[in-house]
Design a protein around this ligand. Structure first.
Ligand code: ACO
Length: 470
């Protein structure tokens, strides 16, 4: 399937293999083995900095990031290999299941994705809100909650008033076994164990299981494309069942089938954003899951965390920055002024990578790929991006280890695929759903609620002053 899918885009494969060869010759990572090991005996010692820097929160086999050498792998497969030879369907399956799918497994998985792409109830609910006036990530987050409702009837069930239900104020409440005297309808009453509701469809009932993960991976693209359309005052497109994940996403955004090159480029960007260690949004999703909230709430939290400009929100800002710089000739002066004013330039720097982000090594050449259809001013944008990169890396690369990150060139790629900047961060989320769900599923096999501590630096034993005396 993939080789057939990659026909007509062999130049893209060559471009990725060339980027891999450049990375290898620059940092010589061919012989390097990650310093991973076996499971550890908890608790373990580690040095922790602010923002949990250095803290080890769990064990994982989902993916590996080495920031010193610029390595990224999913389930043991190098990111360059996956981008060159596989598809998002294969990669999301790999992240969830731990192995590349066989032909039969891939077919069954693709059939599920096709089925779950149709989000009629969710879209109906979404369209009853003024989505066109909302922040796209906020609308997306809302959409995942509607998806939860579509997937299972858990919300309706809980909404049914039942005066015999137990009502507990908080975790410290003590169950009252009898009704208080004189009160005909006691509310603080704990009743017998609640009857389990009959499952309508066993495979569809578990809002925390694998099936829900498939539902989210398939459905989030549909709601994201719908949000993009609604923001333009247009009706969403129905998914087409004969298209791949990437091609369908492109179609639902743009209303036409992509060329082989467009499909492949979007597919590669989806693969590149699918997972990335214990980043802020993944951690947010895992924290929520660890409370035994379900996977829809987890993904909603991931979306909320990804939205910030220090995380996934940077890709949209990069494009605004490049437009603000205006032309390649102005790059030098603009960067100089920004650094003098201590401004952080979007798309540069990373909490983990202290070298070139391997994802940027692929996205850079894709952004510049000559055969991708493009808007009129795209060459100007690309030249400006190259010059800004040259200036920033020249000023900060050696000493501060500041290099382009994944967000630097992704916006240019998305622009060349006809996507509006407001939808860049949502597109990142569309792909990252695979990593969020894979890591949540893995963590839940050995769940422990997350609960770090804060170092209290406040005061003690202050005398209380009455309101009038303050
Ligand atoms: N532009 C200019 N200087 C930078 C940049 C940047 N983009 N990033 C870091 N620096 C400088 C800082 O000013 C600081 O300098 P100082 O030591 O003289 O004070 C030094 O490098 C270290 O910066 P920190 O903010 O401490 O680095 P940290 O690892 O905490 O933050 C982060 C990483 C948030 C990504 C940061 O580099 C940044 O804000 N980048 C811009 C936003 C961005 O592109 N975010 C996307 C990241 S990728 C992702 O999340 C998907």
């Amino acid at each position: 399937m993939n080789s057939a899918r990659h026909q007509g885009s062999t130049e893209i494969t060559e471009l990725i293999l060339e980027a891999a060869a450049n990375a290898r010759s620059e940092i010589g990572f061919v012989d390097k083995q990650p310093a991973t090991g076996k499971a550890v005996n908890w608790p373990i010692d580690c040095n922790i900095g602010p923002g949990l820097e250095g803290a080890i929160a769990c064990e994982s086999k989902v993916g590996y990031v080495n920031g010193t050498d610029g390595l990224l792998s999913y389930r043991g497969y190098d990111i360059f290999e996956l981008c060159a030879h596989s598809t998002y369907e294969e990669v999301s399956f790999l992240l969830l299941h731990g192995h590349l799918p066989t032909r039969t497994e891939l077919y069954a998985y693709e059939q599920k994705l096709i089925r779950y792409r149709h989000m009629n109830k969710t879209l109906r609910l979404l369209m009853s809100f003024p989505v066109e006036e909302m922040n796209a990530m906020a609308a997306m987050r809302m959409g995942t909650i509607f998806m939860r409702r579509e997937f299972s009837d858990i919300d309706q069930e809980q909404a049914k008033p039942d005066f015999n239900d137990a009502i507990s104020a908080d975790e410290d409440s003590i169950a009252m076994e009898t009704k208080p005297h004189g009160d005909s309808r006691a509310i603080y009453e704990f009743k017998k164990k609640k009857k389990r509701r009959k499952k309508s469809s066993p495979e569809l009932d578990d809002a925390s299981g694998l099936e829900a993960c498939y539902h989210l991976i398939a459905g989030v693209p549909t709601i994201t494309a719908a949000i993009s359309r609604l923001r333009q005052g247009l009706m969403p497109y129905e998914p087409l069942n004969d298209l791949s994940h990437a091609a369908n996403l492109f179609y639902m955004f743009n209303g036409r089938r992509p060329t082989a090159i467009e499909e492949r480029v979007l597919d590669v960007t989806l693969i590149l954003h699918a997972d990335h260690g214990m980043n802020a949004s993944t951690f947010a999703a895992m924290v929520v899951a660890s409370t035994l909230s379900d996977i829809y709430f987890s993904v909603g939290s991931g979306i909320a965390a990804l939205n910030g400009p220090l995380h996934g929100g940077a890709n949209e800002r990069v494009l605004h920055t490049l437009r603000e710089v205006g032309s390649p000739e102005r790059a030098k002066a603009w960067v100089k002024r920004s650094l003098k004013e201590n401004q952080k330039i979007p798309g540069f720097g990373h909490r983990v990578y202290k070298t070139y982000d391997p994802r940027a090594r692929i996205l850079g050449p894709l952004a510049k790929y000559r055969c991708l259809g493009c808007a009129v001013d795209i060459q100007q944008l690309i030249n400006t991006a190259e010059n800004v990169e040259h200036e920033v890396v020249g000023s900060l690369g050696k000493d501060k280890k500041i290099f382009p990150n994944v967000d630097y060139y992704s916006g240019v790629v998305y622009t060349r695929l006809g996507i509006d900047p407001a939808m860049f961060t949502p597109l990142f989320a569309v792909s990252r759903v695979a990593g969020w769900t894979a890591r949540v599923l893995e963590y839940m096999q050995n769940n422990r609620i997350f609960r770090p501590r804060a170092l209290y630096t406040g005061k003690f034993n202050l005398p209380f002053t009455n309101l009038d005396e303050r």
